[in-house]
Design a protein around this ligand. Structure first.
Ligand code: ATP
Ligand code: MG
Length: 588
């Protein structure tokens, strides 16, 4: 027998139901901003103003110039599960709007004081309708004067739910969450003009105008959100495949940050958090950017709606890809292409996508259904247009115009040269490493080898012999050829690299490096690693004396490469001291 008798089952009242739902979706002021702004976008707004006071705790006001609602719809919009966005179960699997649950407004209303003012576009009535809500139910409505569109005013958030109020952070922290969210939105929907006002001051604003020039609007938005340094260094990403497209921008490998906060991804225009995509960018830049640094990346992924599940979490911030490997590989390849192909006109072999098994894109067959915004139309992805900022052109004036003059070598490591009036300092090892790496990397070169005029007898010892056996297949693929005579090795051929140091040293050091770091890596990773290692070991070293001719050749070879600015490990190869910089140092 139950000690306290059987508990009775009661139906919850509507406000409590809404509060429970709010518990999932409305965590803090930014969640309210997000829901309201998404509604404005779903309503087709091109101008949205977001105003907050006290980090949103006191006031959140979102005004839009979207389609608006008439009095009848306005009364319905705060009813739970009332939505204009889906009608049938099938719709759930091809969501094209940001909202679809029909629960945001009633949820917010259950934990705040809310007013909604709306006037439909083209309304014959001279007035707008204003709905006052109390405990998520309509308290009263009145006629007010307002422009076409909708304004939602949320006051005293969580005032009636002290347990939630307690968890809110300082106004400054709540504001920064909102700023962060809006920043991402400004990038994802650069067509819209946003103004974000906090305690009476404009904190962030964009101009919109995607209809005029989508790419310009996006670059402007990147400038507004991440600053002009990032905006000036952008490289276009654009890869369009059969049922998948990646577009957007990445910053120059020299313009990086110490965290991934400058990397944002949008899947079918929805901002998502995705460690998978972060890793894809990492993989694409691993030979350009030094560890612990990340380029800015604003990437839009368009994928057939059937290929992605957005209904994983009520806040819709995570998605699940049906084929995550393919997505990873395509994003990696797209970003790589942005770094490698921007300087390469037709004729030169592409370098970044050799491993990508994908079908080339043909526009009319595109099997995608996007949100009905111009930004989301794959056919609108403009062809790549070279950015005005091409480092080799801008930073280093064309060398035929100002022939390079080598001044000498310092510390047996740095080459000092003059390009016109400008002083160049080049790290000979890093530069040579990049040159060799690029040469070895292309598929044809990988198979090339050079037979040694005199085969080398090499005594490897037990440890290195083991490394040799373990990596035999990969080493052979890259051009090493040897015969084994009971532990004594006869090295017959090596990859096609110009060596300054003895062959044996190169071979031995390559194996030593492999023994330290290659264990546990997958085959493609091991191949990549071997490339880095060979480039590093074959390159001239810190301490090697170079002749004038060698230095001249090294610089010419380096500057001919698209990625001449960094070594394959991401360290800089070249530094430039212009007249301005020198003048500054001399305080002139
Ligand atoms: N700013 C707005 N302009 C025009 N109509 C709006 C606006 N905000 C809300 N609505 C209408 O109110 C309905 C309910 O909005 P609500 O945010 O509660 O649900 P939803 O957007 O359909 O789904 P979700 O709960 O996933 O956000 C919407 O479907 C839309 O028809
Ligand atoms: Mg909504």
């Amino acid at each position: 027998m139950l000690k306290f008798g059987m508990p009775r089952i009661e139906l919850l009242d509507q406000n409590l139901i809404n509060q429970i739902a709010a518990g999932e979706v409305i965590e803090r002021p930014v969640s309210v901003v997000k829901e309201l702004v998404e509604n404005a976008l779903d309503a087709g707004a091109t101008r949205i103003t977001i105003e907050i006071a006290d980090g949103g705790k006191q006031l959140i006001k979102v005004s839009d110039n979207g389609c608006g609602m008439d009095a009848e719809d306005l009364a319905k919009c705060v009813v739970r599960h009332a939505t204009s966005k889906i009608k049938t179960p099938e719709d759930l699997f091809r969501i094209t709007t940001m909202g679809f649950r029909g629960e945001a407004l009633p949820s917010i209303a259950s934990v705040s004081n809310m007013r909604i003012i709306s006037k439909p576009q083209g309304s014959a009535q001279p007035y707008a309708c204003c709905l006052h809500l109390q405990d998520s139910a309509v308290d009263r409505s009145e006629k007010v004067s307002a422009p076409e569109g909708t304004t939602v005013i949320v006051q005293d958030l969580f005032a009636s739910v002290p347990a939630r109020l307690k968890f809110l952070k300082s106004a400054e922290t709540e504001k920064s969450h909102i700023r962060d969210y809006l920043g991402k939105l400004m990038l994802s929907r650069a067509d819209v003009a946003y103004t974000f006002i906090s305690d009476g001051e404009t904190a962030l604003a964009t101009q919109g105008g995607l209809a005029i020039d989508p790419e310009l609007a996006l670059r402007n938005a990147i400038g507004a959100v991440y600053g002009s340094r990032a905006a000036k260094s952008l490289r276009k990403v654009n890869l369009v495949l059969q049922d998948f497209a990646v577009s957007g921008y990445v910053s120059d490998p020299a313009v990086v940050t110490g965290s991934r906060s400058g990397q944002v991804f949008f899947v079918n225009n929805r901002y998502i958090i995705s460690p998978l995509l972060n890793k894809a960018v990492d993989a694409a830049v691993s030979d350009l950017v030094y560890g612990g640094k990340y380029p800015y990346a604003v990437l839009f992924i368009r994928i057939a709606y059937e290929q992605v599940d957005v209904n994983v979490h009520p806040a819709k911030r995570e998605v699940r890809f049906a084929e995550s490997n393919k997505v990873f590989e395509a994003v990696r390849a797209a970003v790589r292409q942005a770094y490698h192909s921007y300087q390469e006109p037709q004729g030169r072999a592409e370098t970044g996508t050799a491993n990508l098994e994908t079908t080339p894109y043909s526009a009319p067959e595109l099997n995608l259904r996007y949100a009905p915004s111009p930004a989301a139309n794959a056919a609108n992805i403009p062809e790549y247009d070279p950015m005005p900022i091409q480092p080799s052109a801008a930073v280093f004036p064309a060398s035929n115009a100002h022939p390079l003059r080598i001044l000498g070598q310092a510390n047996r490591l740095f080459i000092i040269a003059l390009d016109g009036e400008d002083l160049l300092l080049i790290d000979q090892h890093a530069a040579h490493e990049r040159i060799i790496y690029e040469r070895l990397k292309t598929a044809e070169r990988r198979r090339d080898k050079q037979l040694l005029l005199v085969p080398q007898n090499i005594e490897l010892g037990q440890n290195l012999n083991k490394v040799l056996q373990e990596n035999a297949e990969t080493l052979r693929q890259f051009g090493f050829e040897w015969q084994d005579f009971d532990g004594t090795l006869l090295l017959r051929a090596i990859p096609l690299v110009e060596l300054k140091n003895p062959v044996e040293q190169f071979f031995r050091e390559t194996l030593e490096d492999l023994s330290e770091a290659a264990g546990g890596r997958s085959l493609p990773e091991r191949e990549d690693y071997l490339l880095y290692t060979m480039a590093c070991k074959a390159a001239v070293k810190d301490g090697d004396i170079l002749t004038m001719t060698e230095m001249q050749k090294l610089i010419a070879d380096l500057l001919a490469l698209p990625n001449y600015q960094t070594c394959p490990h991401g360290r800089p190869t070249i530094t430039y001291l212009g007249r301005d910089e020198l003048a500054r140092r001399f305080k002139r």
